[in-house]
Design a protein around this ligand. Structure first.
Ligand code: CA
Length: 226
């Protein structure tokens, strides 16, 4: 599988190139929009990872040119601003998914694999659903039984991870690396505290309880049996 990274920031670009290379992908990198477009038009890429803020042509112009010429390879865009207009614009221009900087490499890799697995054919991850719990990834809103639940950015990230991998017990170390982008430190109870708040918001006074603690292992979001 061949991936093109279009990213001007040396540190991020190199980190992505190296990480994806180690994960078994063949990776090319362009440092500005013009080069990125040129390479994308020539190369047979399975995926383009496109930064939005680029010198020369910006990410939007590159994306528009690609789609305008009928190239349909999947595009994952990177944006530094967590703003709904950016996400809507990118998806409307034909991108397949996005990540807000800073992100963890583990999260990027998970997205890359999901996109490559499902291939092109529309975005199927705009809303995540488990039972009557809904997470609108585009507008970053959560609903349970149709009622809006206010979440902080971290709580949203935590719930998104639990919902994307529902039914799977997630160890604290994985949650720490994906939501807080930190190595797990057993002295901190930041995860427990955030999880307790999230459970109050999601499950308090509602049935079934969706977030479960699995002793000594971690947390899982699922509809309990029976
Ligand atoms: Ca940039």
């Amino acid at each position: 599988m061949k991936i093109l990274i279009v990213e001007d920031e040396a540190k991020t670009g190199e980190y992505l190139r190296q990480g994806l290379g180690e994960a078994g992908f063949v990776v090319d990198r362009a440092r500005d929009g013009g080069d990125g477009l040129h390479l994308a038009l020539q190369g047979e890429y399975d995926l383009v990872i496109l930064d939005v803020m680029l010198p020369g042509l910006d990410g939007w112009q590159v994306l528009r040119s690609l789609r305008g010429r009928g190239l349909q390879m999947p595009v994952l865009f990177l944006t530094a601003r967590d703003q709904v207009e950016d996400r809507v614009k990118g998806l409307e221009l034909g991108a397949d998914d996005y990540l807000v900087k800073p992100f963890s490499f583990a999260e990027l890799l998970a997205r890359v694999r999901t996109i490559l697995r499902r291939g092109r054919g529309g975005i199927d991850t705009v809303t995540l659903r488990v039972a009557d719990l809904e997470l609108d990834l585009l507008r970053r809103r959560a609903f349970r039984g149709g009622r809006r639940i206010e979440l902080t950015a971290k709580e949203f990230g935590l719930l998104e991870l639990l919902m994307r991998r529902h039914g799977e017990v997630l160890p604290r170390s994985l949650i720490a690396s994906q939501v807080w982008d930190m190595n797990f430190d057993s002295d901190t109870n930041v995860i427990e505290v955030a999880m307790r708040r999230l459970r109050l918001k999601i499950d308090e006074g509602r049935e079934p309880k969706l977030i479960q603690t699995v002793r000594g292992m971690g947390y899982v979001l699922e509809v309990p049996d029976r």
